[in-house]
Design a protein around this ligand. Structure first.
Ligand SMILES: Nc1nc2c(ncn2[C@@H]2O[C@H](COP(=O)(O)OP(=O)(O)O)[C@@H](O)[C@H]2O)c(=O)[nH]1
Ligand SMILES: [Mg+2]
Length: 263
């Protein structure tokens, strides 16, 4: 059997990672694919999310806090390194499943995933060829041009750190109007439009900085299309799936392992 495709979900706290993992798992299952979920967030508290493999079996935030006498933030940082120590046990647990897809929910705070050396070790230990990172753009930040530009930089930072294929996702798009979604997509496609919007956003625009920033974005993050999705209204999931396939199979659609056939 082919190695499963592994999708890591990252983005700022509250961007909708856990909800997206749940919605996308359900979509893949309904489409006939085998999919399992892995929770790597030791602080995950979304009740509807029952991951198949859960890091909390090995690393629990309250226990890290009391054992090392740390507050919640310190405990998150310590936990990120403790996860790396347990990662081969996590991999063994994953290997007990035969599956097409592994969806990985990552720690709530993007910096714990993007900036800890241990995260790179985790990703290397868990998956080889067929993996990608989905970076979720929170609509609350993406609505303003400067917020969107900042997220583009963050997404580029994640790509720079992991050197894995990236898919940028506009999450919770149900909270935006169609016009807002259209504007955000345009910022992603036309750096000039983003530049104009960023500079008109700022009360005293630092034009030189903004211009350099937009140039950097243009070269760093040629955004291969931002995919608007909503876990609440279950939209964009098929588009996201197709984008996954373009990464995993070079554009070819995989046969679902037990999908109902049309005959
Ligand atoms: N309107 C709307 N809210 C969402 C959607 N996805 C998640 N949320 C809400 O956004 C908040 C954060 O979601 P969560 O999945 O926990 O984000 P995470 O911190 O990135 O894992 C929760 O209150 C969710 O109910 C969505 O597609 N639409
Ligand atoms: Mg979460």
């Amino acid at each position: 059997m082919e190695e499963p495709g592994t999708v890591y979900f990252t983005g700022t706290a509250g961007a909708g990672k856990t909800s997206f993992v749940v919605a996308y798992r359900d979509w893949l299952q309904a489409a006939g694919y085998d999919v399992i979920t892995l929770n790597l967030d030791p602080g995950n508290e979304v009740a509807e999310f029952e991951p198949d493999v859960d890091i909390r079996e090995w690393v629990r935030l309250p226990e890290v806090m009391s054992e090392y006498n740390l507050g919640p933030n310190g405990a998150q940082v310590a936990a990120a390194d403790l996860i790396a120590i347990k990662i081969f046990e996590v991999r063994q647990a994953l290997e007990e499943f035969r599956t097409d897809y592994i969806l990985v929910d990552t720690p709530g705070q993007v910096e714990l995933f993007a900036f800890r050396e241990s995260s790179k070790a985790i990703v290397e230990a868990l998956s080889a060829d067929r993996s990608l990172i989905a970076f979720l753009f929170d609509p609350a930040l993406s609505r303003s041009a400067s917020g969107f530009a900042a997220l583009l930089l963050l997404s580029a930072t994640v790509e720079f750190r992991f050197r894995l294929p990236m898919l940028n996702v506009l999450s919770k798009s149900d909270v935006l109007t169609e016009a807002q979604v259209g504007e955000i997509l345009r910022w992603g496609e036309e750096p000039g439009a983003l530049y104009d919007a960023v500079t008109s956003d700022l009360p005293t625009p630092d034009l030189a900085l903004s211009a350099e920033l937009v140039r950097a974005l243009d070269t760093l993050a040629p955004l291969g299309g931002l995919v608007p999705t909503s876990s609440r209204s279950k939209t964009g999931l098929e588009d996201f799936y197709r984008a996954n396939q373009r990464v995993f199979a070079g554009g070819e659609d995989l046969e679902p392992s037990h999908a109902p056939t049309s005959e």
